[in-house]
Design a protein around this ligand. Structure first.
Ligand SMILES: Cc1cc2nc3c(=O)[nH]c(=O)nc-3n(C[C@H](O)[C@H](O)[C@H](O)COP(=O)(O)O)c2cc1C
Length: 176
């Protein structure tokens, strides 16, 4: 494996959910690159059926009231990932709407970028979406897919063994 390839896989090995943050700010350059990662993500039929609300620590009274874990409240940035089902591609065969898939893909790309930048991040799906909508003025037709806390991790992101199902349990060759 050459060095570039090693660096790519090492990035995904290093990524883990960060739930305790250092209060230091993320920096405008880094934030701009994270937001560009969201913008550039792939989506079904390139519909880009998403909106992202970036909420800095200083503006977070209302949103922090929607969080249960204290560690997330000190994250310098929380991004609300929203999906607009009316804009998304819908699979004809069964009517499945891909808005949430698209929004989740964009967040995944952004978390990869955050890891490369030396930042930590964590998805927060355990929220009351109606409360979050109220706190952030999100229109009723929009779905809140989740929040993502972003910032410098309190502890260094060291590589550690991931608790995952074995490949033999989840990969099927040829047929189920
Ligand atoms: C869609 C999604 C929602 C999640 N919601 C929460 C959450 O509400 N609270 C939390 O502490 N972690 C949440 N997580 C983090 C997962 O618990 C974590 O990804 C999983 O345990 C694997 O650990 P790792 O990310 O460190 O590899 C969420 C992750 C995903 C992908």
């Amino acid at each position: 494996m050459d060095d570039k390839l090693k660096a790519f896989y090492e990035l995904y090995d290093r990524r883990k959910s960060v739930r305790e943050f250092d209060p230091s700010p993320v920096g405008l350059d880094k934030l701009a690159r994270l937001l560009t990662a969201l913008q550039r993500a792939q989506s079904a039929a390139n519909r880009q059926p998403w909106h992202f609300i970036v909420v800095e620590n200083k503006d977070r009274d209302a949103l922090n009231g929607c969080l249960t874990k204290d560690g997330f409240k000190t994250a310098p940035i929380i991004i609300a990932a929203c999906a607009d089902p009316a804009l998304a591609w819908v699979r004809k065969a069964d009517g499945v709407n891909y808005a949430w898939v698209d929004a989740a893909i964009a967040v995944t790309e952004m978390i990869g970028a955050a890891t490369a930048e030396g930042l930590g991040a964590c998805w927060i799906a355990a929220i009351d979406p109606e409360r979050v909508k109220q706190a952030l003025g999100i229109p009723g037709r929009i779905d809140v897919v989740g929040l993502v806390a972003v910032g410098y991790p309190k502890a260094e992101l060291a590589r550690e063994e991931k608790n995952r199902k074995p490949l033999t349990e989840i990969i099927h060759h040829g047929r189920w």
